[in-house]
Design a protein around this ligand. Structure first.
Ligand SMILES: [Mn+2]
Length: 350
């Protein structure tokens, strides 16, 4: 199989970026055409995303499934982990299966938001023609077709552009899924690759039937009691050192508060929300003793670089990695990296 490589250009400075949701912002027309050719020629597809799927993963998998359905194709939607509770009310969410192995036959597998095959945690993927659509800085051209655009606010934005290019209809159900990807990947339009075109797309999605208040209520105001209790445990461990904020929970905290994996999502955002903090990290002790880290930045420190040095990846504003325990050692390791990054930032800041 021939490997087609697409090299993303860095996004244009926001003041110079063409406006409007349909404007090609990165010369992506040829890769979109190549992807659509594969979709039109094939009959049966697998759509998947990373393990522990977030709002962008779930929303973009569902919208891609709806596009394929409109094109008269068969699409299996699969993730390695089940859909988090707050996204289960999305149209079609009950149709996402969770499995650890896929069989096919498939004409192509579409991987959304994955920087490698391994990120999907689904065995058997390597046997198929792979299409990779991603917007992470850590994105890699590992597939047969690669569309990596780190100027996109969400992978859902890229699916939106594919839907438009295919001449398909943005249904109310599709609009709801795509709007959710924008809302969640930008923290409610407050960080990430938010620009004028993000709002133009959101505008079109609301016109198409996405309910911004209902979606915000489902996604942002549906916190479980166990998550609030876990947040309390994390806040008890909050430490501040200059522009760095750090908080953590032990496995014992997880058991005591009856917290699930989902309940850890977003705790780091409380720490990055503190005035004067530029970079924040949330550490969680896993049952087997490893430590999962979530890093956030307000934009001056690139946490993707820090996460990559520690064996992980992500965006400049939001990244993650897993370190060996015990907790105290992982804290030392990440704090050494964070102090260096913040010191480098201070040198270049008046
Ligand atoms: Mn995303």
């Amino acid at each position: 199989m021939e490997k087609t490589l697409f090299n993303p250009k860095p996004p244009a400075p926001s003041g110079l970026a063409p406006s409007g949701p349909d404007s090609p912002i990165d010369g992506s027309a040829s890769i979109i055409a190549a992807i659509l050719r594969v979709l039109r020629d094939g009959e049966r597809f697998l759509v998947c995303s990373h393990s522990r799927p977030d709002g962008d993963a779930v929303g973009s998998v569902l919208a891609m499934g709806m596009l394929l359905q409109q094109m008269g194709k068969r699409a299996d939607l699969v993730t390695a982990d089940s859909v988090p509770g707050i996204y289960r009310s999305l149209p079609g969410a009950s149709g996402i299966r969770h499995a650890l192995r896929v069989h096919g036959p498939y004409d192509a597998v579409i991987l959304l938001e994955c920087d490698s095959i391994q990120r999907a945690r689904l065995s058997g993927l390597e046997n198929f023609f792979l299409i990779n659509i991603d917007h992470h800085i850590s994105g890699r051209p590992f597939a047969n077709l690669n569309w990596i655009d780190f100027g996109a606010a969400s992978v859902g934005e890229l699916v939106y552009r594919l839907v438009k290019a295919a001449g398909a209809t943005i249904t109310a159900e599709m609009a709801t899924c795509l709007y959710t990807t924008l809302l969640t990947d930008t923290g409610g339009f407050t960080y990430g690759a938010v620009r004028a075109s993000t709002f133009a797309i959101a505008h079109e999605l609301v016109l198409a039937g996405a309910d911004p208040i209902g979606i915000a209520r489902n996604v942002l105001y549906s916190t479980s009691t166990s998550k609030v209790l876990l947040l309390g445990a994390a806040l008890n461990n909050l430490k501040r050192e200059g522009r760095i904020a750090l908080l953590w929970v032990t496995h014992q905290d997880m058991i005591r508060t009856c917290a699930s994996d989902d309940d850890c999502e977003g705790i780091v955002n409380v720490a990055i929300g503190i005035a004067g903090v530029e970079v924040a990290v949330f550490l969680r002790e896993l049952p087997e003793g490893n430590i999962r880290l979530s890093l956030r930045s307000k934009g001056k420190v690139n946490v993707a670089e820090i996460a990559e040095r520690l064996g992980g990846g992500g965006h400049g504003n939001a990244a993650g990695c897993t370190l060996e325990g015990p907790l105290a050692r992982a804290i030392d390791e990440v704090m050494t990296e964070l102090r260096q990054s913040v010191a480098a930032f201070a040198l270049t800041t008046p």
